[in-house]
Design a protein around this ligand. Structure first.
Ligand code: ADP
Ligand code: MG
Length: 237
């Protein structure tokens, strides 16, 4: 099958001093090409750890991660970094923009790193997504001169600029008001539809989770059925 993301029994335990903190206790899941999956679960359930491992930003202790048919966990660090840069766009809760660059600089630098799509076509795409995100008039501003919502819209433009096959977002609306959340979520969904992008988004918010095709529930480092997620059923009471 053409899974875009596949994990098998992924495990990770952090060690703090002499204390083991299990974060992932064997996570197996598949995401289809072009699917928009949301992951929900209480704080501390291992969502971000899973996100970092999927993105090749952290190593799992054991288990396998396959991205677009390639065993991500078996690659050398440099090969994994290349693959990450060409295939994955990241959005974080805390924007992570470079403070000394303008909005445009932050977007351009992501494009420069992977070198595609460049030229006028790339420029046109930047114009289009910055317009759609409502930041086309903010391109000369630095992060400190923008609201949180504007910064996250810039961060999303940066994540999308290379038209990555996969977009990974960890609580992208966690610091946003409802209006900015809607802009960000609509853009993710539109990009998913138009480009057939695979989107995996972590969120606390049931309304945000509903933007995806399918909701995956995590609890205590494992994927669980929805009825085992009290916080979630509570949100729907
Ligand atoms: N860098 C770290 N060092 C030690 N423990 C960590 C680290 N990151 C996360 N943890 C622990 O791992 C567990 C899962 O955390 P995390 O993946 O951040 O969950 P979530 O994103 O669902 O809140 C928690 O118990 C957390 O305290
Ligand atoms: Mg987290």
């Amino acid at each position: 099958m053409g899974w875009m993301i596949q994990t098998e029994d992924v495990r990770k335990t952090y060690r703090i001093g002499k204390v083991d903190v299990p974060a992932l206790r064997g996570v197996s899941m598949q995401v289809e090409r072009g699917e928009f999956v949301t992951i929900v679960g209480p704080s501390g359930s291992g969502k971000s750890t899973f996100f970092y491992i999927l993105g090749g930003l952290t190593h799992a202790d054991s288990g396998r991660v396959t991205i677009d048919g390639v065993d991500f966990t078996a690659l050398s660090d440099s090969a994994r970094t290349r693959m990450r840069k060409s295939k994955i766009g990241f959005v974080f809760q805390k924007f992570n923009l470079l403070p000394t660059l303008t909005a445009e600089g932050n977007i351009e630098i992501a494009r420069d790193i992977s070198g595609k799509p460049s030229g006028p076509a790339g420029r046109e795409y930047i114009n289009r997504i910055t317009r759609l995100l409502g930041i086309d008039k903010r391109l000369e501003h630095r992060p400190s001169e923008m609201s949180g919502g504007e910064q996250q819209r810039v961060a999303l433009a940066r994540a999308l600029v290379n038209q990555p096959a996969i977009v990974l977002a960890d609580e992208p609306t966690g610091n946003l008001d409802s209006q900015n959340s809607e802009i960000v979520l609509n853009m993710l969904r539109q990009s998913n539809h138009e480009l057939g992008q695979t989107v995996l988004m972590i969120t606390h918010n049931p309304e945000a989770a509903a933007y995806g095709d399918r909701i995956v529930h995590m609890r205590d480092g494992s994927i669980v059925p929805p009825e085992k997620d009290p916080q979630w059923s509570h949100a729907h009471d």
